[in-house]
Design a protein around this ligand. Structure first.
Ligand SMILES: *[C@@H]1O[C@H](CO)[C@@H](O)[C@H](O)[C@H]1NC(C)=O
Ligand SMILES: *[C@@H]1O[C@H](CO)[C@@H](O)[C@H](O)[C@H]1NC(C)=O
Ligand SMILES: *[C@@H]1O[C@H](CO)[C@@H](O)[C@H](O)[C@H]1NC(C)=O
Ligand SMILES: [Cu+2]
Length: 672
């Protein structure tokens, strides 16, 4: 393998937490660069000088170039498509959509959005309103009344959803927590209950305040997660993160990565987080790379809590459209979040003043040697042969990010396997959404507590997580179909067999969007995106299959406001014809949205999806009944799904992988 040679060319330290260097030539899907963000700010500033009325950047991202122009750049060496950016801004209490052409250095279109909902919140405006209570006399009185030290009170912003109000303002609620450094850093487990604070983001002021009295503050004991503050006994004892010595095993050019038989592009969007594009796999029989995924990312992330009381009912978050799953990405800790052989990418986005914000080490890419078996066989029966054992250990490529949205941490993995499989991993960890209570034992609970009592005065509230993936698969080309292979029981009616029954398959091609809406697991069916225009030598449809992992069907009533906004999660599989403007499953303006621009409403048009450029939308779901082990931090709960070639190759594509050679152990000397 190439990487073995690399080992002798470069100092070993290079592979201990290296940062990917940039490339001189641009890829049309590259995320906006630092100099492009500067240019966008300069161009926009010419038209909006940023003096009062205030102009704020709420979202700045790449305006996706048209697919045909990206493909002709890639395959026919045509020129780069025009480089454009989309800016969503607030100005004069209006939402603006501004398209900036970076090569022309000009605004090419401006639109005032007059529909329902508001753009994503910037980090800065959330930080600024979170400070307001500390200067607000009624709040200071409430804290003093509770006998708490105001210097230790920290407020966080919570989006409020929509509950039928006719006119919505751009408001947030604040929930405050007690963070006594001496006692515990785990502030989310110590909410200061009973106080309702509503802030207006455009006016940056408190518009509503009430204090309905206090419940006891949860105790700090046993909630600390910083190792430096913990006391013995420690354990269980584990070895450090294993490392693999022989280099990263892949090559990076800008944001494009080649590894084993894969090529892919790793991008970033401040709303979506990581974006994987143009993933193609080399076919040894056809002597060429074959297209699999044009673009994949998490389009929306719905987290409704299940407590209908006054302080909690509104907690029905859209983590992408409201908080920004990309802007919530955090720097990854080398040799802890990612193994020692990882390479890191920084991510950049625009702050509310349009100035550059950098997330260092935001994405890591590493080769994973997990001790899994790629394939094997032991044969005892070949005449004149001893036992034959052939084993190929599995090695995969992982692209990892972590988004920390307030209390929760989400680990997002894109894992590519030499067999052609793409495994999408979701890990839930961090701190639960905690509600303060006066209970100290379950026997005291006579009414619905809307959660699990985890410790004295501490309830972990019931909730769901729904992650909706946008998967624009282009299996060997754009024109694809969605095919269900339904497994059906056949009864043997005559006496032709000793058997009374067996199962067989019936293929069903979804003609329209309605045909493709489904919840997996309800009936035995294999789901695949196929290219109906190409077949294997023996005549099967070339395709990729969806292997679902954990899914959860929403239990809220369909006409309940949160579920109207979260209707994109009503089916965990949907298929739409590709449409550049259908990017965000919860709507472009998801904050205070009313569910009129979601994947659910788009699909009501019931468009034709057969033999078309189509997008698969898959929602990974978890119902979460908290348990005591989830407290004070939650051991990672993993889910995800797999996209796996199905009659895509003529045969096992990793049949002729060379057997593994033992590698010399190398120690990585740098310390995190
Ligand atoms: C409140 O907390 C701050 C910071 O922890 C500390 O400096 C101050 O002395 C405390 N005040 C009281 C009255 O305890
Ligand atoms: C929205 O804000 C305006 C003032 O800017 C206020 O008059 C109005 O009552 C608010 N509406 C709601 C629904 O809070
Ligand atoms: C693309 O999607 C948008 C939003 O759903 C819609 O308004 C538009 O008509 C769609 N275009 C086509 C060609 O379907
Ligand atoms: Cu959860």
């Amino acid at each position: 393998m190439k990487s073995t040679n690399l080992l002798f060319l470069f100092p070993l330290l290079l592979f201990c937490s290296a940062t990917a260097s940039s490339s001189s030539h641009q890829h049309p899907l590259d995320p906006l660069t630092p100099s492009e963000f500067d240019l966008i700010r300069t161009i926009v500033k010419k038209s909006y000088p940023f003096s009062p009325p205030k102009f704020t950047f709420q979202y700045v991202g790449l305006d996706d170039p048209d697919k045909p122009s990206v493909l002709s750049w890639l395959y026919s060496k045509k020129s780069l498509p025009p480089r454009r950016a989309v800016v969503v801004a607030r100005f004069n209490k209006q939402s603006l959509e501004i398209t900036v052409d970076l090569s022309k250095r000009a605004i090419v279109s401006t639109k005032v959005y007059r529909g329902h909902g508001f753009p994503m919140y910037s980090v800065e405006e959330q930080d600024s309103v979170a400070e307001l209570p500390h200067k607000y006399q009624p709040f200071i009185r409430s804290i003093n009344k509770r006998g708490l030290n105001i210097s230790n009170v920290v407020c966080s912003t919570f989006t409020v959803g929509w509950f039928g109000d006719v006119k919505s303002n751009r408001t947030l609620k604040l929930q405050c927590y007690y963070a006594d450094e001496e006692e515990t850093a785990n502030l989310y487990v110590r909410p200061v209950e009973g106080i309702t604070i509503v802030v207006d983001l455009d006016d940056r002021k408190i518009v509503e305040y009430s204090d309905t009295g206090s419940v006891p503050l949860a105790r700090p004991e046993n909630t600390e997660y910083r190792f430096s503050k913990q006391k013995p006994p420690f354990g269980p004892k584990l070895n450090g993160m294993t490392m693999v010595p022989n280099g990263p095993g892949f090559s990076i050019d800008g944001h494009s990565i080649s590894w084993a038989n894969w090529k892919l592009h790793v991008g970033f969007d401040v709303r979506a987080g990581p974006v994987i594009s143009l993933a193609s796999i080399y076919d040894m029989e056809q002597h060429k790379y074959r297209r699999v995924l044009y673009r994949g990312y998490i389009s929306e992330f719905f987290v409704p809590y299940m407590d209908p009381t006054a302080d909690w009912f509104f907690k029905t978050y859209l983590d992408s459209g409201e908080y920004g799953f990309g802007q919530s990405m955090v720097p990854l800790k080398p040799r802890a979040d990612c193994p020692a052989n990882a390479v890191f990418f920084d991510a950049y986005h625009a702050g509310e003043d349009g100035k550059l914000v950098k997330i260092p080490n935001a994405i890591c890419v590493f080769e994973k040697h997990a001790g899994d078996i790629m394939w094997r066989h032991t044969e005892l029966e070949v005449p004149n042969e001893d036992i034959i054992t052939e084993v190929r250990p599995d090695v995969t490529l992982v692209v990892r990010t972590v988004s920390t949205v307030g209390n929760y941490d989400y680990i997002i993995d894109w894992e590519f396997k030499p067999s052609g499989s793409i495994k999408l991993g979701v890990g839930l960890t961090g701190v639960l959404g905690i509600k303060g209570t006066s209970y100290t034992h379950v026997d005291q609970i006579k009414e619905d507590a809307f959660g699990t009592l985890l410790a004295d005065y501490t309830i972990g509230t019931h909730h769901d997580h729904y992650l909706t993936y946008h998967l624009d698969l282009d299996i060997d080309g754009e024109a694809n179909s969605f095919v269900k292979t339904n497994l059906e029981t056949v009864t043997v009616k005559d006496q032709s067999s000793q058997r009374k029954s067996y199962w067989t398959v019936a293929l069903e091609t979804a003609k329209t969007e309605a045909d493709a809406k489904m919840n997996v697991g309800l009936k035995p069916s294999e789901l695949a995106i196929v290219n109906p225009n190409k077949k294997t030598t023996v005549g099967n449809n070339i395709g990729y299959r969806l292997f679902p992992g954990p899914v959860a069907q929403p239990l809220l009533l369909k006409d309940d406001y949160p579920q109207i906004r979260g209707a994109f999660a009503n089916y965990n599989v949907m298929v739409t014809p590709y449409n550049k403007s259908e990017k965000w499953a919860g709507g472009l303006y998801a904050e205070h949205s009313r569910g009129d621009d979601t994947l659910a409403t788009w699909t009501l048009r019931n468009r034709n999806i057969e033999n078309k450029d189509i997008v698969l939308w898959h929602t990974v779901g978890f119902h979460h009944v908290p348990c005591q082990e989830d407290f004070p931090t939650m051991p990672t709960l993993s889910g995800g799904f797999e996209l796996r070639p199905t009659n895509f190759f003529e045969r096992n594509p990793v049949l002729k992988v060379r057997p593994a050679k033992p590698v010399r152990g190398v120690k990585c000397t740098s310390q995190p």
